[in-house]
Ligand binder design. Sequence first.
Ligand code: ADP
Ligand code: ZN
Length: 731
Amino acid sequence: MLGDDRKRRFRLPVLLPYPFAGPFDYLLPADADSCDLGPGDVVLVPLNGRPEIGVVWDGEPDSGLATSRLKPISGRIDTMPVAAPMRRLIDWIAAYTLAPPGIVLAMALRVTRPDAMPRMGWLPADTLPAVRITPGRARVLATLANHRRPISGAQLARLAGVTAGMVRGMADAGFLIPVRLPFATPFRAPDPDHPGPQLSADQAAAAASLCQAVAEKKFSVTLLDGVTGSGKTEVYLEAIAECLRAGRQALVLLPEIALSSQWLDRFEARFGVAPGVWHSDLSSRLRKITWQAVAEGTAHVVVGARSALFLPFPDLGLIVIDEEHETAFKQEEGVVYNARDMAVVRARLESAPAVLVSATPSLETVANVEAGRYARLLLPSRHAGASLPTVSAIDLRQHPPARGKFLSPPLIAAIHDTLERGEQAMLFLNRRGYAPLTLCRGCGHRMECPNCTAWLVEHRARRILQCHHCGHTLPIPETCPSCGAAHSLTPVGPGVERITEEAALLFPTARRLVMASDTVPGPHAAAAAAKSIADREIDIIIGTQIVAKGWHFPHLTLVGVVDADLGLGGGDLRAAERTVQLLHQVAGRAGRAEAPGHVLLQTFSPEHPVMQALVAGDLDTFMAREAALRRPGHWPPFGRLAAVIVSAERPEQAEKLARELGRAAPAGDGMEVLGPAPAPLAILRGRHRHRLLLKTRRDVAVQPILREWISRVKVPHGARVDVDVDPVSFL
Ligand code: ADP
Ligand code: ZN
């Protein structure tokens, strides 16, 4: 028997990017220089006879398996090790979300791609092999001699006029030795002392607090809470400046990076250079370069989407989460995690401050402030004396739109006046396409998705019907597929396309722009759209929630919300909170410069607390009321929720498994299981779905309960059980 200590020296736990329960043990390779392999090293190991990338993990190897059955590590990959805080973050996310740690690692590795790093080049070997030197080989050696620096294979072949194959052959024959090419970062250092705006007294006080948090170099969380247009961005840019002065890196998470062109312009105006940008649409070349620059510390500031959380900052001094209330921070596919919350975890692991920014903070964050866990800084008024827009409700019962139309007379009149004054108007409707439902006038047939419990949405410009859940698409039929009647299919209800059509009839000379994720695909289109609005080439903007995000359009003075009640239906715990946040954000686009802004909410229930809060501009009272509603029942944030979603291809199978889970439900003090019940989206992508909800008091940890619970049922082939801790979607 080997002693534990010696055993550890011979075997190491390696985490593989697969859904195993934990790391596997491998033996140390025989060659000596690998003996200093340690946690974080990226290695190649055999898995089922194939080489696989893994990461040496922490902790004790699992001594359950006989050494004779273990395979040796094949070797180390020459790339940055996965640093300790990142390994802890991966462990933490896995433990919190119940995702297998290897799957969280896979997600992090997709960000880092260790196999693609680093770039290698060639130098001549000190002693040349005793092999004939052909003229081609001589040219290669001469090129290297002239250059006196390592050259990449491709460049060497080009300069010497030989094939890449010849260069590789010379390497194999021992003429050349590989060396890591120095990395030329494309990022210039932001200048923290580049002249910025003169901050107001409120702004300066908030900035000073944030700068102090940065200077302390320890974990803290601060909510930067300020009305729309109060200069929150300018304030946290000062904290970034402080972080840069300390020589450390900063990460800014934005919910929708594709919509950040104005943010990037402001960053550049403040620091003289552009920041690093990180999102899933980045080209693979830029992705590698940015990753490397982050790892080497030459990308000083990165602004990114959720996945930027997994970038290998060696010296992270600040994390900013802008629009912290946004549900876009929740990843719903694969590893189901909330990037806002995990950003706070990373800040803690890195001993760095986190700053949460919002004009409409989530109740979770407000509760954390009230409990003293988070600090709060307040910017109570708009910059430069710009006033907050006036908000009023239009009661659609008293002011109905014309038959088959959706804009009420008071809203039409307001648009008219706005255009008359040469100002811009925005119509907001959070629904893409032309109409959310297509109905046969003859037989009442509704066009539904064959794979989902959902109506097909008409996109008239593209002449299609589309499911917004699975993407299923078909051409708009000529005849009703049920009764065969011709020309009987009728659109019901509006989407932004239909509102645009109405606006075109009412204001034929006004220049219109539709902003929705399908009409403004990607960062370039969004930047172009924003520019045309800012340059006053547009009179009326018709948009979905993408128009709500942080834009600053100085000439926009009227915002009309076409259907303020839209988000209030359904059984969603946060429906009211989210509607207030979204509509307040949209409203905040109006009147950001000298001319005052007006917001009109079309609603059937102007007496609803959501409308009242928006009209009164009193979100604090609204949030206090929300809190009072949720506190007694231990609803979040005063209790914990975890959703368990059962799905299967066959309906009986899903139902049976859901019932079994229901019977096996945990019971005890401070916990309760709701369901099973068919999910609101009862069929999604052809899978039948049922939901259960575990609700506990705040002081109960849900993970061990969930683990134990799910282990009590056998999940048959074809069925799945997915867990969503802290669900934001209840579909
Ligand atoms: P918020 O993020 O709170 O919505 P912003 O930071 O976007 O507010 O500020 C709104 C507008 O006012 C922006 O155009 C910003 O550049 C400008 N602004 C804010 N503070 C100042 C300041 N101190 N000096 C000059 N311009 C400012
Ligand atoms: Zn579908």
